[in-house]
Design a protein around this ligand. Structure first.
Ligand code: AMP
Ligand code: MG
Length: 330
C-alpha cells in the first residue's frame, strides 16, 4: 500500500508497523530503503528474505543523530565523531565497533555496525515516531531485490515488492545514489563506497587522508564487483569507442534495442533510443537509477553508457555504473 509520506497519520501507521516488526518502504535522500527495526533480529530477517540478500551482508542502521547512534556503538572513534558532526544528517555512513549483543543480524554478524542519520524529512519523522515507540534504529538497505537497480521513487518500490508492502511516498530521492561509507573502526579511516559526498570533503572533515579498504573489509553487497544491474546489458564506453560502435552498428543495422545514455549530441537517426546524460555529477546521480529503470521498462536490449568524466566529483556515479556493467562482462 502506498501512502503519502508527508501525512502525519501515515507516518504514525508506518512507525507502529516498524515497532511491531513489520517491513516498510522508506524514502531517504539517497534511495528508498526496505526498513525494519534494527534492534530485533526477527524483524531484520524479513529484510534479507524479501530482498533475497545473503544474511551475512551487513545493513546500514538509520538513526536520528549522534546520540541515537550511541546504543549501537561500542564507542564512537574520533574519526566517526568528526564525520557525524560534518555531514549528519546526510548521505554519509560511518562504520564503528558494535555494542555487544545489539543489532547482530543487521550487522550481518560483523563486530562492527554501519550507522547513518538520513536528512529526508519523511525518514526523520518516521525515525522520531518509531523512537517514541521504543525502536532504537531502523535497518534499511535499498528497497530492491538483491543485485538489481536501487529504487529512487515510491513507484519503483511497489514494482519490486508489490502492493502488500506499506510504502511511504516521499517523492524522487534528491541524491539518487547510496551513501558514501567510511570505515572508522580501524586505525585509519577507509572509504568503502563512494557517494555524493566525495573523498576531498571527507578528508577535509577528518583532517587526514583516507586509506584504501584493507583485505579484511567484509565482502558486502554495496562493494561487490557486480551489482546495481538493470535487466538490459549495460556497457560502459569511452566517448570515442561509443561513437565508433554507433557508426559501425549503424552500418550493419545492429542497433535494434540499443539505448544510449551519453553527454554527446545524438548522431541523426542512429540509435533506437537516445537519453541525454547530465554534465553535472549531482544531476547525473539524481537521475541515474530512474533512467536505468525507464530504459529497462522501454524494453532496451542493451544500454550503452558514455563513461563519466575522470573528475573525482563523478566517483559515486562511476562506481555504480562500473558495478552495473560488471554484471555483464563477457
Ligand atoms: P546498503 O546496501 O545501501 O544498505 O549498504 C550496505 C553496505 O554497507 C554493505 O553492502 C557494506 O558495503 C556496507 N556495510 C554495512 N555494514 C558494514 C560493516 N559492519 N562492515 C563493513 N561494511 C559494512
Ligand atoms: Mg542496495
Amino acid at each position: 500500500m502506498l501512502l503519502p509520506g508527508h501525512d502525519a497519520d501515515a507516518v504514525q501507521a508506518a512507525a507502529r508497523g516498524l515497532a511491531d516488526g513489520e517491513l516498510l518502504g522508506l524514502p531517504t535522500e539517497t534511495v528508498y530503503g526496505l526498513a525494519a527495526r534494527a534492534d530485533r533480529d526477527e524483524a531484520v530477517a524479513k529484510i534479507f528474505a524479501a530482498k533475497g540478500r545473503p544474511s551475512d551482508h551487513p545493513l546500514i542502521v538509520h538513526v536520528l543523530d549522534a546520540a541515537g547512534a550511541e546504543p549501537f556503538a561500542d564507542h564512537l572513534p574520533a574519526a566517526a565523531r568528526r564525520l557525524m558532526e560534518a555531514f549528519w544528517p546526510g548521505p554519509l555512513t560511518v562504520i564503528v565497533p558494535r555494542a555487544r549483543g545489539v543489532a547482530s543480524s543487521a550487522a550481518g554478524g560483523q563486530a562492527t555496525v554501519a550507522l547513518r542519520a538520513p536528512a529526508h524529512p519523511v525518514a526523520r519523522a518516521v525515525l522520531a515516531a518509531a523512537l517514541e515507540l521504543g525502536v532504537l534504529g531502523v535497518a534499511a538497505p535499498s528497497a530492491n531485490r538483491f543485485g538489481r537497480v536501487s529504487p529512487t521513487r515510491a513507484a519503483h518500490v511497489v514494482e519490486e515488492f508489490g502492493p502488500g508492502l506499506l510504502v511511504l511516498d516521499g517523492g524522487a530521492c534528491e541524491v539518487g545514489i547510496e551513501s558514501s561509507i567510511v570505515d572508522c573502526s580501524r586505525e585509519r579511516p577507509a572509504l568503502l563506497r563512494p557517494g555524493l559526498i566525495g573523498r576531498a570533503r571527507i578528508e577535509a572533515a577528518l583532517g587526514e587522508p583516507l586509506v584504501a579498504p584493507d583485505a579484511q573489509a567484509p565482502k558486502a553487497s554495496g562493494t561487490l564487483a557486480a551489482h546495481y544491474a538493470p535487466a538490459a546489458r549495460l556497457r560502459l564506453l569511452d566517448a570515442d569507442r561509443l561513437a565508433l560502435l554507433l557508426a559501425t552498428g549503424a552500418a550493419s543495422a545492429g542497433l535494434e534495442g540499443v539505448a544510449v545514455y551519453s553527454r554527446a549530441q545524438p548522431p541523426a537517426g542512429l540509435a533506437w533510443k537516445w537519453q541525454a546524460q547530465p554534465g553535472d555529477p549531482a544531476a547525473a546521480a539524481h537521475e541515474l537509477f530512474a533512467v536505468l529503470r525507464a530504459l529497462d521498462a522501454a524494453g532496451a536490449r542493451e544500454i550503452w553508457v558514455e563513461a563519466p568524466p575522470r573528475d573525482p566529483a563523478w566517483d559515486g556515479v562511476r562506481d555504480r555504473l562500473s558495478r552495473a556493467a560488471a554484471a555483464f562482462t563477457e
